[in-house]
Design a protein around this ligand. Structure first.
Ligand code: TTP
Ligand code: MG
Length: 353
């Protein structure tokens, strides 16, 4: 039976929360995260996007593009609180929910009585009533297409992708729209004249192996043909959570690197919170300009999900790390998990909570 999958994504999440909490920011180009000149943009309002400002861009570049932009450092606690409120509502009302980030979830609505469009409209209006935020919703028969659909007419959009829309709807899309295909891989493909999904259609699956490795190549090849078997999974049985990225420009600047790691920690911490997990081991990964790479790990004596302890661990591990050459890639992983329900009494943690 064909599945019905809904993808839910809050519009300009951190920036929209700031605009709700501070009416003076409304309808203005607002940039969250660019605290200092060394800062990195976490997100920005749609008003700022008109100027080309984007997530993960340096604050310096953002300021150049949008000189009248208002920069705020953000309030992670508040974003987490709102995220929890929304996802608690969703989890209470739907059986099969997979929360994938602080503002994004998949819901398997195959067994629901209402039509997908009714569900989408109800969900959108309830969340807006509850929080003042707008969300975009995508509906399709698998996760890849549902996510593509929620992105289709953001902000405040709803879009349905049906079987008969494939492949025509996919063909003209630039390959960067394929969820899972990174910026660097896209650049490499662009360099050999592949710009759209249609361009990729001319090649066999094995062609992608050189770029992505065989297993991942199969998955991406499926996706461009509208196939995605991944189930909506309530609990990820993962051994680690991590995030890494190739920098826009290689750098020797420790502050830039630390800033990125700090942002990753926030996101990874959030992912653990959502799954009631605590971690013991933190690993920083660095790849130099010449592709030499190394990792530095630190294991605590106890499991924790306390942000303050995790931040200190990151500060100390990073402090001890020597950078000898320009860096092209930075990554952070937390591993060695335990479920919060099995949390042992820990004096240090209890004191710091
Ligand atoms: P996104 O959903 O990717 O972005 P968004 O909600 O701001 O905008 P959109 O309307 O396009 O969905 O990410 C959710 C939040 O996660 C975002 O508000 C801020 C945070 N974030 C970062 O801190 N760093 C990042 O690089 C990205 C992409 C997001
Ligand atoms: Mg979003």
């Amino acid at each position: 039976m064909e599945r019905k999958i809904l993808h839910f994504d809050i519009d300009a999440f951190f920036a929209s929360v700031e605009q709700i909490d501070h009416p003076e920011y409304r309808n203005k180009p607002l940039i969250v995260g660019g605290d200092s000149d060394r800062g990195v943009v976490a997100t920005c309002s749609y008003e700022a996007r008109k100027f080309g400002v984007r997530s993960a861009m340096s604050a310096v570049v953002a300021k150049k593009l949008c000189p009248n932009g208002i920069f705020v450092s953000g309030n992670m606690k508040r974003y987490q609180e709102i995220s929890k409120q929304i996802f608690n509502f969703i989890k209470t009302n739907f059986e099969q929910v997979e929360i994938v980030s602080i503002d994004e979830a998949y819901i398997d609505i195959t067994a629901c009585d209402q039509t997908p469009m009714e569900i989408a409209m109800d969900l959108k209006s309830t969340v807006t009533r509850m929080t003042g935020l707008t969300v975009s919703v995508g509906i399709s028969y698998n996760k890849f297409l549902a996510k593509l659909a929620s992105d289709w007419n953001k902000p405040n959009g709803v879009f349905v992708i049906k079987k008969e829309d494939i492949p025509n709807l996919l063909l003209p899309l630039p390959i960067i729209r394929i969820h899972g295909l990174g910026k660097k891989t896209c650049e490499k493909l662009n360099n050999i004249g592949i710009f759209t999904i249609e361009d990729l259609y001319g090649y066999p699956q094995s062609f992608l192996n050189d770029f992505l490795g065989e297993i991942y190549a199969t998955e991406i090849f499926h996706r461009i043909h509208g196939i995605d078997f991944r189930p909506v999974e309530e609990h990820h049985d993962r051994k680690s959570y991590g995030k890494e990225t190739t920098l826009e420009e290689d750098t020797t600047d420790r502050e830039i690197i630390k800033n990125i790691l700090d942002q990753y920690l926030i996101r990874i911490h959030d992912a653990l919170e959502k799954r009631s997990l605590m971690a013991k081991t933190m690993t920083i990964k660095i790849k130099y300009q010449d592709f030499e790479q190394f990792t530095r790990s630190f294991s605590l004596e106890y499991y924790t999900n306390n942000m303050r302890i995790l931040s200190e661990t990151l500060d100390n591990t990073f402090e001890a790390l020597k950078l000898e050459k320009p860096v092209r890639l930075v990554g952070l992983t937390l591993s060695n998990f335990e479920d919060q329900d099995y949390k042992q009494f820990n004096l240090l943690e209890n004191l710091q909570m």
